[in-house]
Structure formats: structure tokens, C-alpha cells
Design a protein around this ligand. Structure first.
Ligand SMILES: NC(=O)c1ccc[n+]([C@@H]2O[C@H](COP(=O)([O-])OP(=O)(O)OC[C@H]3O[C@@H](n4cnc5c(N)ncnc54)[C@H](O)[C@@H]3O)[C@@H](O)[C@H]2O)c1
Length: 258
């Protein structure tokens, strides 16, 4: 299949997890891909693996999305090696889960600067090229924490709620300029970030089983299920979707209490 033939995509946090699954699917669909990740070794290893698997051009660049200079350097490297980006996936994110008054100022800054400001830094850095060609898709990977809340997960939902606001603001702003900005909100997804969460419990296997049981389908979301929707949003088939947020959470957020 080649739904993304001729496209150049940047996937932040693409070294592992959901981002790596998106990078792989994009390459399988014919896109050239830049994996932009703060973990350079991991990004390079993933890029090599995907490139060997798909035969596509897949590059890697160290990038801290919280640092605007680092983002600009990464976007320039993308332009140089793969051409100007016409797809951006803002996937890099961290989970900072605290009781609000126990949270330190550094926790707040780290979460907001990566999960929210990072997406804006990246969008800002690619928008000039996208606007000049009237061709761009920006996809923000949010969470069902964008519209529902769990106690003691502060300030992650604050950042993710705001990222939905960013999606809608930019979506409407550039709807008449050939740019679509949309979001995907996964529920509990089977990646390292989720495993780290389970590992904080005394019995990680039991914590996982209990979480799986709480999902209406009885299992966690798989990264490939998020990647499948990202392909649609990156493709030209979804250009009338503006400021949308596609929820992939197994029905958790539509369920009333049991
Ligand atoms: N796993 C879940 O249950 C879940 C659910 C909903 C939403 N999400 C969101 O999906 C996204 C990806 O999550 P994941 O589970 O794949 O996480 P992950 O921890 O497995 O991968 C995140 C990747 O982002 C990179 N990264 C972290 N900080 C960065 C920074 N400052 N700059 C650049 N790269 C950085 C990491 O090195 C890593 O490769 C995140 O935004 C997360 O909030 C995850």
C-alpha cells in the first residue's frame, strides 16, 4: 500500500512505543520518515530497523521537543536529508503523575514543556514550509486524559487538555491554507510508559491484569492500532477533518460507572 507516497513525515518520540509504530506504518505506506527523539541511540536503532524492513528512507535526529532550538535544528536536518516535512506527528510525551500539592515546580515545568509546549515548538517549526506549499497534516497524540481525569495524575491531564485546545486552535486557523490539524487520543496502550506504571506497583503482573480487566475489550490498546488511524490523518483522504480528536480507548471514556 502507498497511501503516503511522496510524503515526508516527522515523528517525535518515534524511537519506541506508539511513535515507533507510527514511523513503521508511515514507511510501509511510502513516506520518508524522520524519527526525532531525545534518546538518540534508540532513535537511530529504530530508524535502521524500519529502513531495512521497508526499504524507505528513514532518518533519525536527536531532538528535545521542549527546546525550540533543538526542534529547529531537527526540522532543518529533515529538510536537508528528506525534503520539507508535510506531515508532523507530535507524539513525544512523558507521564508526570502527582498529587497536586506534592508536585514540585520542576515536575510541572517538565510535563508542560514536553507534553504541551513541545507540540507547539514542532508545529511552529514546520508550518512555514507547509503553508508555502499549502500542504500539511499535523497530528497530535494526546490521550483520553484530554477530556477525562484520574485523581493523582496531575499535571498530565492539564497538558493534555491544553493540547486538545492547541489542536483546535491551529486546526481552525489554517483550515483554509491546505493544512489539517487533528489529534488521536489513545487509552491505555501497551508500551514502556505503561509498563513503567505497572512496575511502580508491588506486583506488576497483577497491576497489568487489573488494568486490562478495566478496559471494556479486556485488553490494552496496541500501538499499531494508533498507527492505523495516524495513517488516515496523514493521508490526503482526511483533509476535510479539522481540529478533530479521534479517541481509541476501547470505550473507557464513554462508560458510566459499573
Ligand atoms: N502508553 C499509553 O498508555 C498512552 C496513552 C495515551 C496517550 N499516550 C501518549 O502517547 C505518546 C507516546 O507514548 P508511549 O506510550 O509510546 O511512550 P514511550 O515512553 O514508550 O515513548 C515516548 C518516546 O518519546 C521520547 N521522548 C520523551 N521525551 C522527549 C522529548 N522531550 N523530546 C523528544 N522525545 C522525547 C522518548 O525517548 C520515547 O522514545 C505520549 O505523548 C503519551 O502521552 C500514551
Amino acid at each position: 500500500m502507498s497511501r503516503l507516497q511522496g510524503k515526508t513525515a516527522i515523528v517525535t518520540g518515534g524511537g519506541r512505543g506508539i511513535g515507533a509504530a507510527i514511523a513503521l506504518r508511515f514507511a510501509q505506506e511510502g513516506a520518508s520518515v524522520m524519527i526525532a527523539d531525545i534518546n538518540e541511540d534508540q532513535a537511530r536503532a529504530t530508524a535502521v530497523e524500519i529502513s531495512q524492513q521497508t526499504g524507505m528512507r528513514v532518518a533519525a535526529h536527536r531532538c528535545d521537543v521542549a527546546d525550540p532550538e533543538s526542534v529547529i535544528t531537527m526540522v532543518e536536518a529533515t529538510r536537508h536529508h528528506l525534503g520539507p516535512a508535510n506531515v508532523l506527528v507530535n507524539n513525544a510525551g512523558i507521564a508526570v503523575f502527582r498529587e497536586p500539592l506534592e508536585m514540585t515546580p520542576a515536575d510541572w515545568t517538565r510535563c508542560i514543556s514536553v507534553d504541551l509546549e513541545g507540540a507547539w515548538h514542532c508545529a511552529r517549526a514546520v508550518l512555514t514550509d507547509m503553508l508555502s506549499k499549502r500542504d500539511g497534516a499535523i497530528i497530535n497524540i494526546i490521550s483520553n486524559h484530554a477530556f477525562t481525569v484520574i485523581k493523582d495524575t496531575f499535571p498530565y491531564p492539564v497538558a493534555k487538555h491544553a493540547l486538545l485546545g492547541l489542536t483546535r486552535s491551529l486546526g481552525l486557523q489554517y483550515a483554509d491554507k491546505g493544512i489539517s490539524v487533528n489529534a488521536i487520543s489513545p487509552g491505555y496502550t501497551d508500551t514502556q510508559i505503561a509498563q513503567d506504571d505497572f512496575n511502580r506497583h508491588p506486583d506488576p503482573a497483577r497491576a497489568r491484569a487489573e488494568t486490562e480487566a478495566k478496559q471494556p475489550p479486556g485488553r490494552l490498546c496496541q500501538p499499531e492500532e494508533v498507527a492505523a488511524v495516524a495513517v488516515l490523518l496523514a493521508s490526503n483522504e482526511a483533509r476535510f477533518m479539522i481540529g478533530e480528536n479521534i479517541v481509541i480507548d476501547g470505550g473507557v471514556s464513554i462508560r458510566m460507572y459499573e
